[in-house]
Design a protein around this ligand. Sequence first.
Ligand code: MN
Length: 295
Amino acid sequence: MSNLGVHALVWVGGWSHKECESAISKSAELGFDYIEIPALDPSSIDTKYTLAQLEKYGIGATVSLGLPLDCDISSEDPEVVARGEVLLNDALRLTGEIGATHMCGILYSGFAKYMQPKTERGVQNSAEVLFRIAEKAKLENIAIGLEVVNRYETNLLNTGAEGVEMVKRIGSDNVYVHLDTYHMHIEESGLSNAIRACGDHLGYFHVGESHRGYLGSGNIDFQDIFRALAEISYSGPITFESFSSSVVSADLSNILGIWRNLWEDSEDLARHAKTFIEEQIKAGSETHRDNGSTI
Ligand code: MN
């Protein structure tokens, strides 16, 4: 059975002490197992205070980030790559300090719309840095998730199959593909095909609608997705991710293009999402059992 989490930006746009306690307490109240904390700027997070709140409310955490272009480890410029490795090390330290289990997101390239394709040298630079990061992460039992995102947010990993290739190139056994239904809907040739292509390499999963709002109110075929997750026996984390212009994080919302107000009541949104995901998991596993019994 997967752990269910919720992205912090469902609750808060920043990570002041007040925002930190509010986001963690509300996630716990609704019964989520963990909260995913965005760490685009690791220095903005008070790790001691965050750990204390996680312990106080009894939930876990994961950390996610994307690299700014001046820290792009898929660059051909060694200085840019080196800056990216420093940032990833900072984020990994933070991940360990708050006792988080996963560091994920667009860790392998800039989090931006590229105006040119990836290069072989750049991909190799990225794989070499991530190998070193993953080996350090392994010492603290931290898993690394490479989030496959759409073409407007990276030029490197747009499909699950590309994610698997990258995981193999890096070659550490704690590096996984991180899929996100919002991005899959844009890029994949079939949602379930992407999940099957990842198989055991899938280690982190974001559930989000096609417009980033309430689950079930957009275009994504969640039935197809959760049947496929059951088929590959996925048991890793599942995070609900949703963004609205009613909760703004300047560094994240602006890159993601969150201009519309798709919800205002975070609590209603998150409560609905948890029920929705639990029902989908249940239906997916029952379908899989039924299919299995008739073969
Ligand atoms: Mn995502």
